[in-house]
Design a protein around this ligand. Structure first.
Ligand SMILES: Cc1cc2nc3c(=O)[nH]c(=O)nc-3n(C[C@H](O)[C@H](O)[C@H](O)COP(=O)(O)O)c2cc1C
Length: 350
């Protein structure tokens, strides 16, 4: 997936709009695709029906290739003791907001990539399939490759990049610690040894033969140029697209992004059970960002959901995951096509 192979696919600009579950659907991906870059559809929270409906929209409205993105975590095992401890930690909030624990849903909410999802993809044959948290099992990965899709996945360390290359990724997304949303980490749990984009990208470029896509803190033409100067073949940009009208970012999330609060982001596991970066809010602060009581990803989400709903109905984001990267200076309420063109000003001139 070098600049030339992106061109071969029909993508004019080596810019990928990062898949962002919860804040966008096909509309953002279509706008980016029609501006000449690669639009992405986050599929982690979509039902199979919703997945097919979104893919149909993309195929009818996007003029370029498309990227679909899945999580590939292991299915969690429900642990009743852990869940009880988690709910007892949250009990003061349930009382404060008048939540009956019967409102808490069961189930996982986010399902890993599966054969059912692959069946749906086969009907649409997306040109690019990207994964977060490693890669799916070999038989599933092979299915994706049968229609010739390029396979991408995120690496947060040099070791993860080498692993992805050895296990079939066609390109590696080097995700620096600045990045918004979930850390793609899958071989390590150690946040202390995670690298920033400027340190990660050149070391991954040296370590693997596959093309490297830089992600994390890339927000404008200058940071795009910097990523290419460090050896990246493409960039993946998330946070910067969050205020676009085509995104489905909530009003609470948009207000936080526009406020001084957005200067303060941190990595937390309290919303889902896995580390992710968002704007600091009450739940993150109260539970000390990384909390040992949280159930396994994504089961932590269930008990938070009614708190989030109640608070959002009161106009507050105290229990909402306000995912954002460290650099929000590129966030503007302009169309995704215009943002994409501005990012493209930083691409190397050919
Ligand atoms: C709101 C939000 C949601 C995200 N959701 C996903 C996702 O569903 N899948 C994924 O692979 N990456 C996800 N990411 C991470 C991005 O792929 C990417 O690594 C990150 O946005 C790059 O850093 P930046 O936010 O500083 O541009 C998300 C990021 C954000 C900001």
């Amino acid at each position: 997936m070098s600049v030339t192979s992106l061109h071969a696919l029909g993508v004019e600009l080596p810019i990928i709009q990062a898949p962002m579950a919860g804040v966008q659907g096909s509309a953002l991906a279509i706008a980016v695709s029609n501006a000449g870059a690669l639009g992405s559809l986050p599929c982690a929270t979509l039902s199979l029906d919703a997945l097919r409906a979104e893919l149909a929209l993309l195929r009818s409205q996007a003029r370029g290739p498309i990227n679909v993105n899945f999580f590939c975590h292991s299915e969690p095992t429900f642990d009743a003791d852990k869940e009880a401890q988690w709910r007892s930690l949250l009990q003061p909030y349930f009382i404060e907001l008048g939540i009956n624990q019967k409102e808490i849903a069961a189930g996982a909410g986010r399902t890993p990539f599966s054969h059912d999802a692959a069946d749906a993809l086969e009907e649409f044959k997306p040109e690019v399939v990207s994964f977060h948290f490693g890669l799916p099992e070999p038989a599933l990965l092979e299915r994706v490759k049968t229609w010739g899709a390029l396979v991408l996945s995120s690496a947060t360390t040099v070791a993860e990049a080498r692993w992805l290359e050895a296990h079939g990724a066609d390109a590696v997304i080097a995700q620096g610690i600045e990045a918004g949303g979930h850390r793609g980490m899958f071989l390590t749990h150690d946040l202390n040894t995670q690298l920033a984009t400027f340190a990660l990208v050149p070391q991954v470029v040296r370590a693997v033969q596959t093309p490297v896509i830089a992600a994390g803190g890339i927000v404008d033409d200058r940071s795009v140029a910097a990523a290419f100067a460090l050896g990246a073949s493409a960039v993946q940009v998330g946070t910067t697209y969050l205020l676009c009208p085509e995104a489905t970012t909530s009003a609470i999330h948009r207000n936080a992004l526009r406020s001084e609060d957005a200067q303060l982001t941190a990595i937390t596991n309290v919303f889902t059970g896995r580390p992710a970066r968002g704007i600091v809010n009450r739940l993150m602060r109260d539970l000390d960002y990384m909390n040992a009581t949280v159930p396994t990803f994504p089961l932590a989400t269930n008990a938070i959901a009614p708190l989030r709903r109640r608070c959002e109905s009161l106009g507050r984001g105290d229990f909402s995951p306000l995912w954002a990267g460290q650099n929000v200076s590129g966030c503007r309420s302009v169309g995704a096509a215009e943002l994409t063109r501005q990012l493209a000003d930083g691409l190397p001139k050919t």
